[in-house]
Write a protein that binds this ligand. Structure first.
Ligand code: 6XA
Ligand code: ZN
Length: 343
């Protein structure tokens, strides 16, 4: 399997985040992608390609143009306001406040274009976002060119980013961009299988009223887990998209036995949909030792997941999302890919 990777992700570094009332170094850090990059060579998964340059047109197909403009302008504005370090949102236009038009100051814009404090900027963040986007599109191009599968080693991740907002370490929704790109380039239907521990609220929002993208999401029950405000089982899509969004919320402590049954169900739905392409939002924060998650999957389970997905026999693009047990993330993520290859 070919992978696509850019070292420009490394500029998105040194960020901080809010955890349980404290400011701490962000769990989403450059070494995550570096360990995965090294593991690809260690197991001989296949060649690792650099991304091609892409304009932002494909991003604007799933995101609002003013949001994409903001992502590029955010850190320059932060610096122009005399600040340094991490630019982090802290005020949001929630119920009862004016959320109907973009504000002017960088403080207000950060809140207007986010749903939490978890997507933060440093000097190299925009270039990393752009490179992650180009990694996804370049990998999508490999599939379009006839590859059976490809791995987009995206960093920063994307599945929490919605049409007009960032959050949860995510800025541009790489998987959603790739899905729309396939549809704009000859595909009739695309399925997205999101196996990250967290609900992919951004992906759900973007495609909620669409029947040309089936969105399947396995995740920690939002009743007690981030992102809390989306991802419940009764969210099934709307309008012509009704029936094309499926959520599998599961409680803390969920083991592979139970999780795997949900995967089987999601795979059956993907097969019945007969998509031209399958996208996998590949998070490995389902791992038992993940520092911010609560499922109980073990390293030996990840190749089984890849093999199960391979049995669908679909052109498959894996897009990297979360996973924070830095020592094991590479073995687990690449384990899914080798499991897919070996099936
Ligand atoms: C809250 C937790 C962010 C979760 C990010 C993630 N700071 N999403 O892994 O898939
Ligand atoms: Zn996650």
């Amino acid at each position: 399997m070919k992978s696509v990777y850019s070292e420009r992700h490394k500029g998105h570094a040194g960020n901080v985040e809010l955890v349980a009332g404290a400011i701490v170094p962000a769990f989403e850090m450059p070494s995550r992608a570096e360990f995965i990059r090294a593991r690809i060579d260690e197991v001989g998964l296949g060649p690792v390609l650099a991304p091609q340059t892409h304009s932002l047109d494909a991003a604007r197909r799933v995101h609002k143009p003013d949001f994409i403009d903001f992502l590029e302008r955010a850190y320059p504005m932060w610096k122009a306001a005399g600040r340094e370090g991490t630019a982090m949102p802290f005020t949001w236009p929630t119920r009862g406040l004016r959320g109907d038009r973009p504000p002017e100051s960088i403080e207000a814009l950060l809140g207007y274009y986010s749903f939490d404090a978890g997507a933060t900027f440093v000097e190299g963040t925009w270039d990393a976002i752009k490179s992650s986007y180009e990694v996804a599109l370049t990998a999508a191009g490999l599939i379009k060119g006839g590859e059976k599968s490809a791995f987009a080693l995206c960093r920063p991740p994307g599945h929490h980013a919605g049409s007009g907002f960032m959050g949860g370490y995510c800025f541009i929704n790489n998987a959603a961009v790739a899905a729309q790109w396939f549809l704009d380039n000859g595909a009739r239907k695309v399925a997205i299988l999101d196996i990250d521990y967290h609900h992919g609220n951004g992906t759900q929002e973007i495609f909620y009223e669409r029947d040309d993208v089936l969105v399947l999401n396995l995740h920690g029950d939002p009743a007690n887990e981030y992102p809390f405000f989306l991802g419940f089982a009764d969210e099934k899509g709307a309008g012509k998209g009704e029936g094309f969004n499926v959520n599998y919320p599961m409680p803390a402590g969920t083991t592979f036995e139970v999780w795997g049954a949900a995967l089987d169900d999601a795979c059956a739905k993907a097969a019945a949909y007969k998509p031209d392409v399958l996208l996998v939002s590949l998070g490995v924060d389902t791992f038992e030792k993940d520092p911010i998650s609560a499922f109980k999957l073990k390293t030996e389970h990840y190749p089984l997941i890849g093999a199960r997905i391979a049995r669908l026999g679909l052109p498959t693009l894996f897009v990297m999302e979360g996973g924070y047990a830095v020592a094991e993330i590479a073995v687990n993520a690449v384990g899914v890919l080798t499991g897919f290859e070996g099936a």
